[in-house]
Design a protein around this ligand. Structure first.
Ligand code: PLP
Length: 380
C-alpha cells in the first residue's frame, strides 16, 4: 500500500495513540467536576495547553481547544462577526480558502454581512495590493490561509501582516491547518496574526480535535454556548484524551521538523520532474513558495476521480483536489480561482506526502502511473 493522501489525514502516531488510550482508560473524570478525578483531568488538559503554547511560543491563554479545523474556522469567522458587528459588517477572504472558511463566509453573507473575495494570480497567490484595495472602514476581518490544501501555495502572510499593521482594528485570521510543522512558523504566525486554526489529524494526532490560537486582547464571541467550558469561550465537555494525544503528536512532529521538509521536498521535486515528462500532464504546484508536501497535477482528458480509483486498484491512495469536496465531484475551487480551464480542473488530483514516504514508493507510483497513462492514451 502506498499512502499519498497525507493532506486529507495522517496516520495517528503510535505514541499519540498510546497517550489517547491511556488517558481514556485512566482519566475518567470530567475536567469540570469539582472532585479529585475532575481536577486530575483538568490538570492533564492544562498541561497539554501549556505544551502546545510552548511549542508555538505563545501564552497558554492564547490556546483554545476545538473539534478540529472546521470548527476553528467557523468559530473565528462567526465569532468575529458576532463580536464586532456594531463596528462593521464587512469581511475579506481569499479566493482559495478551504470550504470551512468560504462556506462560513457565504453563510454570513446570507445573514447580511458583506464578503469580498481577494483574488489570486494564475499561480494561486493572493495579490496583496488587490487585497488592500478591498479594505473599507467597515472591514472587521481578513482571513487568508497559510498553505492551500489543494495546490500547496504558501500565501504571503508576512506581507499581509505588514499591510494590516495600518489597520489595527481588523481581525487577521490564518487557517494554518496545512502549514503547521510543514512550513516555518514565521510564515503563518506573525505578530500581526490575531487568530489561527489548527487540526490534530494533519500532524499525526487523532481526528476530531484541534485548537485555535487567539491573540490576547482580541474579541471573539463563542460559537458553542452551554456549560461554560474553556472559560465560557467554547462550551462542551472537553475531549481530554484527544487533547492530550494532540499535544503529544505535535511535540513528536516538531522534534522531527528539522529533517522533514528536506526529505519530503526531495520526493516532490523528483515526482514533479518525472510527471512533467508526460506530454498530457500539467503540474500546478511549484517549488518556491509552495509547501513541500503537496503536488497537484492533471492528466488531460481523464477525470480526477477516474485516476483516483485506477490508482486505488493498485493500492495507491491519492485524492481529487481535496478530500472534503471530492465526493461532490465538483471542479476544484482553487484551480477555478487560478483561472485553470474547467476541463483541466476536473482532471486534477493531489498527491500529498509525508516524512514516512520513501523514494521507492515514488518510483513505484511512477511505474503504475506510466502504465495508466499508456492505457488511458489508447482509450482516448
Ligand atoms: C486548510 C484546511 N482548513 C480546514 C480543514 C478542516 O479541518 P478538519 O478536517 O479538522 O475539520 C482542512 C482539512 O482538510 C484544511 O485542509
Amino acid at each position: 500500500m502506498i499512502y499519498f493522501d497525507n493532506s486529507a489525514t495522517t496516520a495517528i502516531h503510535p505514541l499519540a495513540l498510546d497517550a489517547y488510550v491511556k488517558t481514556s482508560q485512566k482519566i475518567m473524570g470530567n475536567p469540570s467536576s469539582l472532585h479529585d478525578l475532575g481536577t486530575q483531568a483538568n490538570r492533564l488538559m492544562q498541561q497539554a495547553r501549556k505544551q502546545i503554547a510552548g511549542i508555538l511560543a505563545v501564552s497558554p491563554h492564547e490556546i483554545w481547544f476545538t473539534s478540529g479545523g472546521t470548527e476553528g474556522d467557523n468559530w473565528v469567522l462567526k465569532g468575529t462577526a458576532l463580536a464586532k458587528k456594531s463596528f462593521g459588517n464587512h469581511l475579506i477572504i481569499s479566493a482559495v480558502e478551504h470550504p470551512a472558511v468560504s462556506e462560513t463566509a457565504q453563510q454570513l453573507a446570507e445573514l447580511g454581512f458583506e464578503v469580498s473575495i481577494a483574488p489570486v494570480n494564475k499561480e494561486g497567490f493572493v495579490d496583496v495590493d488587490q487585497l488592500a484595495a478591498l479594505i473599507r472602514k467597515e472591514t472587521i476581518l481578513v482571513s487568508v490561509m497559510a498553505v492551500n490544501n489543494e495546490v500547496g501555495m504558501i500565501q504571503p502572510i508576512q506581507a499581509i501582516s505588514e499591510l494590516l499593521k495600518n489597520y489595527p482594528k481588523i481581525h487577521f485570521h490564518v487557517d494554518a491547518v496545512q502549514a503547521i510543522v510543514k512550513v516555518p512558523q514565521e510564515l503563518w504566525l506573525t505578530e500581526r496574526v490575531d487568530f489561527a486554526t489548527f487540526s490534530a489529524h494533519k500532524f499525526h494526532g487523532p481526528r476530531g480535535v484541534g485548537f485555535i490560537y487567539w491573540r490576547e486582547g482580541r474579541k471573539l464571541a463563542p460559537l458553542m454556548t452551554g456549560g461554560g467550558q474553556e472559560e465560557n469561550h467554547r462550551s462542551g465537555t472537553e475531549n481530554v484524551a484527544g487533547i492530550v494525544a494532540m499535544a503529544k503528536a505535535l511535540r513528536l512532529a516538531v522534534e522531527k521538523k528539522a529533517e522533514r521538509p528536506a526529505h519530503v521536498a526531495k520526493l516532490k521535486e523528483y515526482l514533479t520532474e518525472e510527471l512533467q515528462k508526460f506530454a498530457k500532464v500539467t503540474v500546478f504546484s511549484g517549488a518556491e513558495n509552495f509547501a513541500p508536501h503537496i503536488l497537484c497535477f492533471a492528466l488531460q482528458g481523464i477525470r480526477g476521480e477516474v485516476m483516483v480509483h485506477a490508482l486505488e486498484e493498485k493500492q495507491i491512495y491519492i485524492s481529487t483536489t481535496s478530500a472534503c469536496s471530492s465526493r461532490s465531484k465538483t471542479e476544484s475551487s482553487t484551480l477555478h480561482a487560478m483561472n485553470v480551464a474547467g476541463n483541466l480542473a476536473t482532471s486534477a488530483v493531489r498527491v500529498s506526502l509525508d516524512e514516512s514516504n520513501t523514494m521507492a514508493e515514488v518510483e513505484q507510483f511512477l511505474i503504475i502511473f506510466n502504465q495508466l497513462y499508456r492505457k488511458f492514451s489508447k482509450v482516448n
